[in-house]
Design a protein around this ligand. Structure first.
Ligand code: SF4
Length: 314
């Protein structure tokens, strides 16, 4: 089985104690059975701590959180006590994996880095050269015909999105036209209504959306927009790599392309309003907006399904 990753994949480094939005805060972190079995063999004070800090409420074993949503093993320096006490390879599968995501084909696995991690957001958005896919593990590859066809189409989409002779909005329009998908023209207010109707994970999302809801048309003009063409290109290629493959299973290619286009437009508008409100705008500001957006949509299967449903029925 061949393993394919984006060319920035091997450069990822977790910020650990320097992370401002640790993935060990605010999520219920599940524990896989093998890891749980191992934890049950640990004795002594740390064994007791493990037993007292794991809950099976709801059916799936997970780490308890404190009243601030911090994992019971995240210490005051922002480091993981399980890693420090038992070793880096002794964490739950989900901790070991994050922020990676995987897409599976019959004879290929693709692995990417998720944008809800602030280190990944900066890594992807500050990349200057065009993102390419590289082979991490070489092997013979025997794919189904529809998978081969899909990979050809996705290469064409990548080429459209990476055509730097065109403004980004035109590349998005061209991508939709290339796939015979009619563009959706949502006003900023409609964008806010749509995304506000989703399950909310972090109240900061509502503060972000309310800025857009109250924006005048002038606030949507963005003088320095061209300076952010490459970050938006990287964002769109990331969305394509992450979300289009699953259309092979669910047939929702149009919904996924709309998700890409509408995500681009919403994030672009949020960036414009932020820039006009603050009087300046940095790549760090854009990364923060993308990080919040990713956590609110990509990490909620229910929210993604809702969006695909709505886009397909507009
Ligand atoms: S969010 Fe990313 S940088 Fe922060 S702790 Fe998690 S993996 Fe590390």
């Amino acid at each position: 089985m061949k393993t394919v990753v984006p060319d920035y994949y091997n450069d990822f480094r977790c910020l650990a104690g320097d992370c401002r939005h640790s993935c060990c805060i605010g999520w219920e972190i599940d524990i896989d059975q093998d890891t749980l079995d191992y934890y049950n063999t640990i004795t002594g004070p740390f064994g007791n701590r493990l037993k007292n800090s794991i809950s099976c409420e709801g059916g799936t074993p997970h780490f308890c959180m404190d009243s601030h949503g911090r994992c019971a093993f995240l210490n005051e320096k922002g480091l993981c006590d399980i890693m420090l006490e038992l070793g880096f390879d002794k964490v739950s599968q989900i901790c070991d994996d994050h922020p990676r995501f995987r897409n599976f084909y019959s004879d290929r696995t693709e692995i990417g880095l998720g944008l809800s991690c602030e280190a990944v957001a900066m890594q992807i958005l500050t990349k200057q050269d065009k993102t390419q896919l590289i082979v991490l593990e070489e092997d013979d590859e025997l794919l189904w015909e529809d998978e081969e066809d899909f990979l050809v189409l996705r290469d064409e989409i990548f080429a459209i999105l990476q055509d730097r002779t065109q403004p980004v909005w035109a590349r998005v329009e061209k991508m939709l036209a290339h796939c015979d998908v009619q563009p959706l023209q949502l006003t900023p207010c409609q964008q806010v209504q749509l995304f506000s109707s989703l399950e909310r994970l972090d109240p900061v999302r509502d503060r972000l959306l309310s800025q857009l809801e109250n924006a005048t048309p002038d606030m949507l003009k963005w003088e320095n927009e061209d300076e952010f063409s490459i970050p938006f290109e990287q964002l769109l290629v990331y969305f394509a790599f992450r979300h289009l493959t699953e259309s092979l299973d669910d047939g929702r290619l149009a919904g996924r392309l709309h998700y890409m286009a509408q995500s681009y437009r919403l994030i672009r508008n949020l960036c414009a309003v932020h820039c006009n409100n603050a009087g300046s705008f940095s790549i760090g500001d854009m990364a923060e907006i993308c990080r919040i957006y990713s956590a609110e949509t990509e990490y909620s299967p229910d929210n993604m399904d809702t969006l695909f449903d709505k886009f397909e029925n507009m």
